[in-house]
Design a protein around this ligand. Structure first.
Ligand code: SF4
Ligand code: SF4
Length: 493
């Protein structure tokens, strides 16, 4: 299978940028469905306009668009048992390290530098490392400065919700269309096992009194956002034995109050992070437990399954974090924003997406028509663009899709350690990758060597590079139909 004429690489590499621009301006492209809309049929146009370029609010957009977080808000007004702020953490619940905290002025410089280099950039988020609403002065100053320089960038915040009701009106005034609230409970008794204290209205509260206040403020904030038409994503950390069953109730509550998405994420618990749960042996769920809960939640508030639990200073497509390329010491003292790359990228992506949607729809139709009644769990190595375009050994994660009588769905991702470095693969690393792929039927990748392929086979997991550079769904439908005795679709290039 040959690489498509418009690949992710051609969309983003500096070398081919002039060609890309020429292609975009001339209107020429490889697409067979230029200009067709990628909007799902069952989605309201106004909502689609808000989410079509947001990699977190649209699973489809995350193949094409990038976000960046700026770590301008270090202060927090609550304590979560999964967070150690000395180590770092964010409302997104990923206890990763923030390389550096920024002032709003430094953040502006960084955003412009990233926008000049990463044409996929569409969203600026503030997700800690503390709470964006509690550290409001810095959040607001950052958004105001960035919006003046890059008016089309989407502004997004993540908050624990305690201070949210105080700032909803200002968020609406600043055209912030996307807000994430971390809601781990709607029962303060459950909350008391997650939050030891909160700081509210100039004093510290503990126990049930604390979680009653937090719960009321979270629900109020959500209702206020819904009333203003701001799209809300709810993040919930799944903590086995504490709130896993309870998240079914949380899902109902947030749906009733207009949440747009519910993102159930696994607790990341490691004693090395120094957080209470890590130190006391509270475990996180494994991939299959998370999927089982997410499956039970289907039919309630719409689920987000593609969250990567990013660092509070992440940069780039969700599939790859380029944050370390944009530390302050690598950014010039003076930066001027140049919109041309982002504009050209959008023009080309609009065409590519139309093609992708048409291919996806045909692939889903094939799987449904197969009528086999069986399911296939597929792990895909991808660098973005919705294609099978990453080598097995270079993957740092696999995207997981399920093909079943209801169609083809993205059901999550599995992070792995990169197996092949400098042309060599370590057996111990491969063992870890194979363990992470537990339960997977088939791996799809752009290239795979005989050695890892054989070891995967030994573990009961098949792997193939026969569909390299195809659209993911096209490749899966071909596998599915071949597996269950129906004629496969022709591959798309
Ligand atoms: S709200 Fe975020 S920053 Fe604050 S304690 Fe919880 S996880 Fe940490
Ligand atoms: S943590 Fe999840 S929601 Fe936040 S930017 Fe990363 S992928 Fe998006």
């Amino acid at each position: 299978m040959s690489e498509p004429m418009i690949s992710l690489e051609s969309l983003t590499s500096t070398k081919s940028f002039d060609q890309l621009l020429a292609t975009a301006k001339s209107g020429g492209c490889a697409s067979s469905s230029c200009g067709s809309s990628a909007k799902p049929d069952d989605m309201d146009s106004a909502i689609w306009e808000k989410i079509k370029d947001h990699p977190c609010f649209s699973e489809e957009a995350h193949h094409y668009f990038a976000r960046m977080h700026v770590a301008v808000a270090p202060a927090c007004n609550i304590q979560c048992n999964y967070c150690n702020r000395k180590y770092d953490c964010a409302n997104e619940s990923r206890p990763g390290v923030v390389s550096e905290k920024l002032t709003p002025e430094q953040a502006l410089r960084k955003v412009m530098a990233v926008a000049n280099e990463v044409p996929q950039l569409s969203v600026l988020g503030i997700a800690g490392p503390g709470d964006a609403c509690y550290d409001w002065t810095k959040t607001k100053a950052t958004f105001e400065q960035v919006a003046r320089e890059i008016p089309d960038i989407k502004l997004c915040i993540s908050t624990n919700g305690l201070a949210l009701p105080d700032h909803v009106a200002e968020l609406a005034d600043m055209n912030v269309d996307h807000v994430t609230i971390t809601i781990n409970m709607v029962d303060p008794e459950v909350g008391a096992k997650i939050y030891p204290w909160i700081f509210y209205d100039h004093r510290r509260y503990t126990g049930i009194e604390a979680t009653q206040i937090l719960h009321k403020r979270q629900m109020l904030g959500l209702e206020m956002l819904t009333a203003r038409g701001i799209l809300t994503k709810i993040n919930s950390v799944m903590i086995p034995g504490i709130n896993d069953e309870h998240l079914i109730e949380v899902n109902k509550w947030v749906k009733e109050r207009g949440a747009f998405l519910h993102n159930v994420m696994p607790l990341i618990s490691d004693p090395a992070h120094g957080a209470y749960y890590g130190l006391t042996g509270q475990r996180g769920p494994n991939a299959m437990e998370l999927k089982a809960l997410q499956d039970r939640l289907e039919g309630g508030a719409k689920l987000m399954r593609h969250c990567r639990q990013c660092r509070a200073d992440a940069v780039g497509l969700l599939v790859s974090d380029r944050g370390q390329e944009f530390t302050l010491d690598q950014i010039p003292g003076e930066v001027t924003y140049d919109a041309s790359k982002r504009e050209a990228y959008r023009e080309v992506v609009a065409r590519e997406r139309g093609d992708h949607v048409a291919a996806k729809s045909a692939a889903t139709g094939m799987v449904k028509a197969a009528g086999s009644g069986k399911s296939l769990l597929v792990a895909v190595a991808t660098k973005g663009g919705g294609r099978v375009n990453e080598h097995f050994g270079h993957s740092k994660e696999f995207q997981i899709y399920e093909a079943s009588p209801t169609g083809i769905s993205f059901v999550g991702h599995r992070k792995v350690e990169q197996y092949c470095l400098g042309g060599w693969g370590e057996d111990a690393t491969l063992d870890g990758v194979i363990a992470a792929l537990e339960g997977i039927d088939i791996v799809l990748c752009a290239k795979i060597g005989d050695c890892p392929k054989d070891q995967l086979t030994g573990a009961g997991i098949r792997a193939t590079d026969a569909y390299g550079y195809d659209y993911i769904e096209t490749a899966i439908s071909a596998l599915y139909t071949a597996e269950f005795g129906v004629e496969p679709l022709a591959a798309t290039t």
